[in-house]
Design a protein around this ligand. Structure first.
Ligand code: ADP
Ligand code: MG
Length: 258
């Protein structure tokens, strides 16, 4: 076989086998390995490693996209000094992800602007990096979706999709009160997640006020019972980061007093 024909065939097979990194790198790497006098096995190993690395990266990108984060936030941009009430040690421990292996939940409680969504996103993004299936949603949009799916008689299918996740983030419980049907559907999600997948819930409400949002005392009790059976609680009782930032900006823009 001529060298030209072998190249054409090789590249065709690599495309069919869906090995884009091998296809792109095999020529360059052959030169590098030749210069280094590396053996065939090392050459092949490096090629395969490159393919694996890129495959993992693409899978992570798909998981992040499927998670539906409103804005991507990581822990590196979180300033713990600005929010000293947050238990930094616990956040760092949670970043290791063992709570998901143990199907434990995380509750982030605090006023608006204290970084709850930021931290929930950082934790969930980390879970994506660890190869886990994640979904991020606000409580309001989840409830809307549940009502829609029920209308379409697709509720069971939707629940099955949720059960397939390792981690479900429910952002902003308490901003909008749920209807009776909405609260019941939300309860079913929490109930089915119990011991199957982890939940991260962010809320501006202390436990005593949850009944106001969910409507029924009995349902709230049952929901809290499941949710808090194995839970890590992160409380932020500081002031709003946004507010502090805009105050700073305002201060800088005002002319100095003589
Ligand atoms: P919450 O969900 O508690 O209302 P967010 O997480 O949405 O608050 O925070 C509001 C904004 O302030 C976001 O842009 C977030 O990234 C930023 N923010 C909040 N707290 C911090 C912090 N401690 N360090 C850095 N950025 C923060
Ligand atoms: Mg928020």
């Amino acid at each position: 076989m001529t060298a030209g024909k072998a190249t054409v065939l090789l590249e065709h097979h690599l495309k069919q086998l869906k090995l884009p990194a091998v296809l792109r790198e095999y020529g360059k790497l052959a030169q590098v390995c030749q210069a280094e006098q590396a053996d065939y096995q090392t050459y092949l190993l490096r090629l395969v490693e490159q393919e694996l690395l890129e495959r993992e990266l693409r899978a992570k990108e798909r998981r992040v996209k499927a998670a539906g984060f409103p804005v991507l936030k990581t822990l590196s941009s979180f300033d713990f000094n600005a929010q000293p009430s947050i238990n930094q040690l616990l956040v760092r421990e949670l970043m290791r992800g063992e709570y998901i292996d143990k199907r434990e939940n995380v509750l982030l409680i605090g006023n608006s602007g204290t970084g709850k969504t930021h931290l929930a996103t950082a934790l969930a993004f980390q879970a994506c990096s660890q190869g886990l299936r994640v979904r991020f949603t606000t409580v309001t949009s989840l409830v809307t979706r549940l009502l829609e799916q029920r209308e379409l008689r697709q509720l069971e299918r939707f629940h099955k999709q949720l059960e397939h996740l390792h981690l479900l983030v429910l952002d902003e419980l308490g901003y909008v009160p749920c209807s009776k049907a909405g609260a019941e559907l939300l309860f079913e999600v929490v109930s089915r997640a119990y011991e199957r997948c982890s939940l991260i819930i962010t809320t501006n409400l202390p436990f005593e006020a949850w009944t106001e949002v969910l409507g029924s005392e009995r349902l709230t009790g049952a929901l809290l019972d499941r949710l808090t059976h194995r839970v890590h609680i992160l409380e932020a009782n500081g002031t709003s980061y946004r507010l502090a930032e805009s105050r700073q900006r305002l201060k800088r823009s005002l002319p100095k007093q003589p």
